[in-house]
Ligand binder design. Sequence first.
Ligand code: SAM
Length: 234
Amino acid sequence: KLSKRLEVVASYIPKDAIFADIGSDHAYLPCYSIINGIAKGAIAGEITEGPFLSAQRQVSKSNLDEVISVRKGDGLSVIKEDEKVDCITIAGMGGSLITKILEDGKLKLDYVKRLVLQPNIHAINIREWLINNEWELINEQIIEEDNKIYEILVAEKGNAHRPYHKHSLQSGLLFGPFLLEENNKVFQKKWTNERTHLQTILAQLQTAGYTFENSEKYREVSGQLNLIEEVIQA
Ligand code: SAM
């Protein structure tokens, strides 16, 4: 059975799409999407030998070799030039690695209509990249599974600034405009945890003699804490 996290990612793959799952590990997401009639074909990309072999094994075992192409390589380099990929999924990595993969693979995004991205941390990096590259965030989800909180970001080419009109850009980028608007229990839990974490960091900075006046890091952390205080209820 697929994790709830990857099920949510799969739910945003367009019907009958050809998609590339980058950092696919066991290729669970491509296999699930084909078996459940969501996608028509997939590329499972992996940079590391072990996970690449697991992906190959899983695809063969599921008799999906004709519809899932397992390829070894860095990021979007596994997509061939002029290969028509409708959608790209990148899940289970940090936001900065996901951003790097998109940035390095920019030239491969020509035919791509949708990105489904699931950062484990630092979703803010992805939102910044999307806005700077004219990808419009069209939906976001925040979910909890096995005591971990995950965000799923969905983007299409369009008006990158559109989702940010309701709140300050700073808050939108940090919290996610859709997540901020929905403001559900998991969201509250995530930012309550994050507040505690940042308070600890601030206390450590203070102990080390840093202040608002002499430290950029101090200003950054206290700035984020102020934004968080505004969205946390009680
Ligand atoms: N996507 C799966 C999921 O969400 O369950 C697997 C996540 S796993 C934690 C991250 C995978 O990304 C690893 O198997 C790693 O080898 C792969 N990876 C890391 N950097 C990569 C890159 N630049 N290109 C392709 N794969 C990469």
